[in-house]
Design a protein around this ligand. Structure first.
Ligand code: PLP
Ligand code: NAG
Ligand code: NAG
Ligand code: NAG
Ligand code: NAG
Length: 766
């Protein structure tokens, strides 16, 4: 175990949401604060609703980083989260005439009480310039400097008196920015141009799982890496041990004290930047520096989708970071030399494994850089780790099998149960005590109560109360009335073809047609809610939103259907809305094409909050089925093997359309303008995609999905059996605590030991 070591969690996103209630929960201050505000004549819930979300993330990945911070603090690890303090986080989504409209997220407008600027730790970050090779070594000169100003936010652990720090960098122009060759009349322009430098931390790129090769984004990535590494090295050199304070000069022990986790390839520049510091500034030999870098860095791959892969054009690098490009070339030269020795003459393998992709535009493959520059590489669910090893990174696995690991994602039970669903947390605590909040495996004890009628009733009652509360919220804020006795069928996540909101749409239309055909049959009433943001530049995703709202317009206003089916688009899905809707959900939709969702974490939140899952064998769903028992989930559709087999044979959407009458009817309604009477061909692009170039094979799973939904409706008619299944799911949630995930990272990658020990507070009598 490494004594006194620290973890640095670098991420371009931290999707924190609100902080007030989380702080009260973790510090055990809820009752005291309730009391105090009551005395002041204020209402705690109203106060909480005034806080802005810190929306510095896009979706699951950013939220994961936030859960990790909570777990690292709760497990007593000396950990720092490092990222960018975006002035504008993820946009606010408005729905106007059924379309998504984006609004800037001016979250800092009224100030941010949770942060503290630390100007004393401001650092310079260099860009552009040129490289000089001199007798004393390599120099990067004539650069433009931008200052990185840190803001610290406290991250309290759960009732252990430990507080870690999240440090977010904000870009500041230096005072002399553009003023060096000052001439008359240039002053005003120079001051105006300060924006150029300060743009770096202006706005979060709103893409989820999609690479956009913009220079500003590369600047953001280098900015956070360069500022953070300076901080890491300063702290390493100045660290204190025992009572003696000394200055460390020997950087070879860096990997014993510092672990840098590269969350996706976004902070991949940490590898060449650390090389630059060690070789150019600290004057270490290449070999020694490389050994330090590899032992310090570890890389997590978060998605399977090839369009997420960062591939930066060499030209862009040459201009912005010329020294880093040289370093990457040298890393690649040595890497290819090693491969040539091991596989002489295998030119194809060299091409596949190179860090540089040849082609019209030469590009740097950042995933390859991360694998080569790290001692550990992991996927985020077992199935995803297998896919990484066996397919996309197979060559690298053959080269260094011991590097490859698996770390199934998790969520923090503090925010995602205790805080958002106090009713359920209480009912559980009444049976098994409160220790499960720190040790989620203890939920297994609930299996003793699966047949306990009182417990079953208690769980069902909490769910019903949550549903009433959410229905009241919708009515107040969105003026929609829903039936709280209907099944709440929820799909909330970013809008993406691979997540298959379109499959859900086809189910809605099918159900609608069936109800209209036999209105007198006893249908299980459903309120189907779909929510999520579309990346502003993602046309298909925006059309999917319009389709959902259009279906809602027709279905919700059809008197034949009445209360039996309602379709609601949940506007502006974000952390705070997740905290409201997930505790109220009966059914969780996790229906991505097998092999496309790396893990998912929304699936875990629903499971922990007593919703049943309808899902494919994808991502962490596989492990959820294992933990709760496959019979306690509604699993349908192709497995990864089936998808691969179909890829070989060819997927023919039209044959499903011709063979399945209800599918044909639904598609014909969409393409015939049934849901868009004013503009019948509105959805022609979606139709064309589904019929002719659907990478995610929606039709192939349609029949099985519809059948599976019938089973869901049937079980919902039996509340007791339904709730028993819910209890099996809650009892199986232990594995999905981010405390488990972080403990594995700590032991298996960072070489640190987590602890549940509580340190004494200064005012503790002990
Ligand atoms: C958990 C969460 C996600 C991730 O959901 P998935 O279903 O795993 O994609 C996205 N957005 C928010 C706001 C979340 O809280
Ligand atoms: C991972 O990287 C993504 C993308 O930058 C980011 O959203 C997220 O915060 C990171 N978190 C984790 C835990 O990997
Ligand atoms: C930065 O800001 C300036 C001024 O606001 C703007 O003109 C410029 O286009 C921005 N630069 C980038 C790279 O976005
Ligand atoms: C992770 O690796 C896969 C290959 O398994 C690749 O397609 C994907 O784009 C990588 N993700 C990122 C963000 O680099
Ligand atoms: C594919 C893979 O790496 N699987 C591993 C996932 O993690 C567990 C425990 O951490 C290992 O036992 C598996 O081999």
């Amino acid at each position: 175990v490494r004594q006194g070591s620290r973890v640095y969690y670098l991420s371009l996103e931290f999707y924190m949401g609100r902080t007030l209630q989380n702080t009260m929960v973790n510090l055990a201050l809820e009752n005291a604060c309730d009391e105090a505000t009551y005395q002041l004549g204020l209402d705690m819930e109203e106060l909480q609703d005034i806080e802005e979300d810190a929306g510095l993330g896009n979706g699951g990945l950013g939220r994961l980083a936030a859960c990790f911070l909570d777990s690292m603090a709760s497990l007593g690890l000396a950990a720092y989260g490092y990222g960018i303090r975006y002035e504008f986080g993820i946009f606010n989504q408005k729905i106007s005439d059924g379309w998504q409209v984006e609004e800037a997220d001016d979250w800092l407008r009224y100030g941010n009480p949770w942060e503290k600027a630390r100007p004393e730790y401001m650092r310079p970050v260099h860009f552009y310039g040129r490289v000089e090779h001199t007798a004393e070594g390599v120099k990067w000169v004539d650069t433009q400097v931008v200052l990185a100003l840190p803001y610290d936010t406290p991250v309290p652990g759960y009732r252990n008196n430990i507080v870690n720090t999240m440090r977010l960098w904000s870009a500041k122009a230096p005072c002399d920015f553009n003023l060096k060759d000052f001439n008359v009349g240039g002053y005003i322009q120079a001051v105006l141009d300060r924006n150029l430098a300060e743009n770096i931390s202006r706005v979060l790129y709103p893409n989820d799982n999609f690479f956009e090769g913009k220079e500003l984004r590369l600047k953001q990535e280098y900015f956070v890496v360069a500022a953070t590494l300076q901080d890491i090295i300063r702290r390493f050199k100045a660290s204190k041990f025992g009572s003696t304070e000394f200055v460390r000069l020997d950087l070879s022990t860096l990997p014993d004290k510092v672990a840098i986790q590269l969350n996706d390839t976004h902070p991949a520049l940490a590898i060449p930047e650390l090389m630059r510091i060690l070789v150019d500034i600290e004057k270490l030999s290449w070999e020694k520096a490389w050994d330090i870098v590899v032992r310090t860095c570890a890389y997590t791959n978060h998605t399977v989708l090839p369009e997420a892969l960062e591939r930066w054009p060499v030209d862009l690098f040459q201009n912005l970071l010329p020294r880093h490009l040289e370093i990457i070339y040298e890393i690649n030269r040595r890497h290819l030399e090693r491969i040539t020795k091991l596989y002489p003459g295998d030119v194809d393998r060299m091409r596949r494994m190179s860090l540089i992709e040849e082609g019209d535009v030469k590009k740097i493959n950042m995933a390859h850089l991360c694998i080569v520059g790290s001692h550990a590489v992991n996927g985020v669910a077992r199935i995803h780790s297998e896919i990484i090893k066996n397919t996309v990174f197979k060559d690298f696995y053959d080269l260094d099998p011991e590097k490859f690991q698996n770390k199934t994602n998790g969520i923090t039970p503090r925010r995602w149960l205790v805080m958002c669903n106090p009713g359920l947390a209480e009912v559980i605590a009444e049976r098994i005590g409160e220790d499960y909040i720190r040790d989620l495996d203890q939920l297994k004890k609930l299996l003793d109560f699966v047949d306990d009628d009182v417990f079953i009733q208690d769980v069902a009652k909490v769910k019903q109360e949550n549903k009433m509360k959410f229905a009241a919220y919708l009515e107040e804020h969105y003026k929609v009335k829903i039936n709280p006795r209907s099944m709440f069928d929820v799909q909330v996540k970013r809008i993406h073809e691979y997540k298959r909101q379109l499959l859900n749409c086809l189910h809605i239309i099918t159900l609608y047609n069936r109800i209209r055909k036999e209105p007198s049959k006893s249908w299980t009433p459903r309120t189907i809610m779909i929510g999520g943001k579309a990346a502003p530049g993602y046309h298909t995703a925006k059309m999917i939103i319009k389709l959902i709202t259009s279906i809602g317009d027709i279905v919700n206003n059809d008197p034949v259907v009445g209360e039996r089916l309602k379709v609601i688009f949940l506007e502006n899905y974000r952390v705070t809305l997740a905290e409201k809707v997930i505790p109220a959900a009966d059914l969780s939709e996790q229906i991505s094409t097998a092999g496309t969702e790396a893990s998912g974490t929304g699936n875990m939140k629903f499971m922990l909050n007593g919703a049943l899952t309808i899902g494919t064998m994808d991502g962490a769903n596989v492990e959820m089925a294992e933990e709760a028992g496959e019979e306690n989930l509604f699993i349908f559709g192709m497995r990864v093997d089936d998808v691969e087999a179909m890829d070989k044979k060819g997927y023919d959407a039209v044959s499903y359309y011709n063979r399945i009458p209800e599918l044909k009817q639904a598609m014909d309604q969409i393409s015939g303008g049934f849901f868009s009477p004013a503009q019948p061909d509105l959805f022609k692009d979606l139709i064309n995609m589904l019929m002719h170039h659907d990478r995610f094979k929606v039709f192939a799973d349609y029949e099985d999905y519809i059948k599976c939904q019938e089973k869901v409706s049937a079980l919902y008619k039996n509340p007791k059996e339904w709730t028993k299944m819910v209890i099996h799911n809650i009892a199986g949630c232990g594995k999905f605590s981010s405390d488990r995930t972080i403990s594995q990272y700590a032991r298996e990658i960072w070489g640190m030991e987590p602890t549940l020990e509580k340190i004494a507070a200064p005012d503790d009598p002990r």
